[in-house]
Design a protein around this ligand. Structure first.
Ligand SMILES: Cc1cc2nc3c(=O)[nH]c(=O)nc-3n(C[C@H](O)[C@H](O)[C@H](O)COP(=O)(O)OP(=O)(O)OC[C@H]3O[C@@H](n4cnc5c(N)ncnc54)[C@H](O)[C@@H]3O)c2cc1C
Length: 338
């Protein structure tokens, strides 16, 4: 038995880790706000908040008639669009089903929520300025890898630990308990049941996670931070993710942990489904969407895309020099010290 080293950890304990000094928190909400503002300045784009899309139906001329409700005034109205992109997080599956396109009939959804242990004690958060990842439990979805994460939220530094999985039939954090049942249709009920039978490990994992007490969660945290004190930490809801259940023609019904773009054959409507539809995956998703729905415009604007993304179209893993250039450029723009 070795001596107890710094910060409550046995100094003789063997630890393996990869370490990178590069990295930063990214506030995707702030980026979205800035991009929307610049679009509004062109006078060609308008933003309507607190509006709900109720129905959408394709017209004979291929355009989409979208029925919208202004949730502030209760007023309902319609909009005609040549192209529709459904990026409504957990609300996307329901809207895709309402569009009635045949491509949407291969999908169902399974909600998995997340909770964090959050510490806002400045004396503790000042000691931790990294993102430390561990390993996921057997049966756990890939995005459940536990991590101890320094975050600056609206200027306030905090440490988050988790996520701990939760289960609720809601598809959005502020959704309804009927969300899951509303998306069960005659064409996806059997695939949903089959996926339930095939994924016993995931269900066991969810049951184990749901039965954790606050003390159990603190014990998981102590594997990362042995000196953690319960009084400094609070459990908070992180959000909901809707995992895609796809009725694959070759492999049958499967539960997927990735993100899926579903596009109609005529390319007039696209929906984004899955675990991580926004944030860090947003750029690669939008590039795929551009090629699927507007191949001519994407081809004609290839030089602009390369100016925006210098590594565009090249494999970074085969090209260490390019990787170094991309990292140096990113660090310079984000003012990170490499
Ligand atoms: C615990 C947890 C940790 C995560 N960590 C990371 C991370 O470290 N990095 C990362 O990149 N991503 C992470 N993610 C994923 C990331 O949070 C999501 O991918 C992202 O927030 C999704 O953004 P979104 O705008 O597509 O959907 P959402 O944020 O879900 O927003 C959807 C919006 O659509 C609206 N809506 C729904 N239905 C309708 C309708 N009918 N009409 C009008 N509006 C509608 C909703 O009200 C909501 O405002 C995490 C997620 C969770 C749960």
């Amino acid at each position: 038995m070795g001596s107890v080293g710094d910060r409550g950890r046995d100094a003789s304990e063997k630890v393996a880790a990869t370490y990178s000094t590069l990295g930063t928190d990214v506030n995707f909400g702030a980026i979205t706000g800035a991009l929307i503002k610049s679009l509004q300045k062109t006078g060609k784009a308008a933003l309507h908040l607190h509006h709900e899309v109720k129905k959408l139906k394709q017209q004979k001329d291929n355009r989409w008639l979208i029925k919208v409700k202004d949730l502030s005034s209760g007023k309902k109205y319609s909009v005609l669009a040549k192209f529709v992109f459904i990026g409504a997080g957990g609300g996307s599956l329901e809207l895709l089903q309402k569009s009635d396109i045949p491509e949407g009939k291969r999908y169902g959804g399974f909600p998995v929520g997340g909770q964090w242990l959050v510490c806002k004690n400045p004396a503790i958060s000042a000691k931790h300025s990294a993102k430390v990842y561990g390993q996921a439990e057997v049966g756990a979805p890939p995005m459940s890898v536990p991590h101890l994460d320094a975050r600056i939220i609206n200027g306030e530094k905090a440490i988050l630990f988790g996520p701990f999985a939760t289960f609720s039939t809601k598809f959005l954090k502020e959704g309804s308990y009927w969300d899951l049942f509303g998306t069960v249709k005659y064409w996806n009920i059997f695939p949903l049941i089959k996926v339930g039978i095939k994924n016993i490990d995931l269900e066991k994992y969810l049951i184990r996670q749901l039965s954790l007490s606050f003390e159990d969660r603190m014990n998981v945290l102590k594997q990362f931070y042995p000196e953690a004190q319960a009084a400094d930490w609070k459990l908070q809801e992180a959000g909901q993710r809707v995992q895609v259940i796809q009725n694959d023609p070759e492999n049958g019904p499967t539960l997927q942990f990735g993100t899926e773009i579903v596009t109609s054959a005529d390319g007039t409507i696209s929906a984004l489904l899955g675990a991580s539809p926004g944030a860090s995956t947003a750029v690669s998703i939008m590039l795929r969407l551009l090629y699927q729905c507007f191949p001519d415009r994407a081809g004609a604007n290839i030089d602009r895309l390369k100016t925006m993304i210098p590594s565009y179209g090249q494999q970074l893993e085969d090209n260490p020099e390019l990787l170094a250039q991309v990292r140096a450029r990113t660090s310079r723009i984000l003012e990170l010290s490499a």
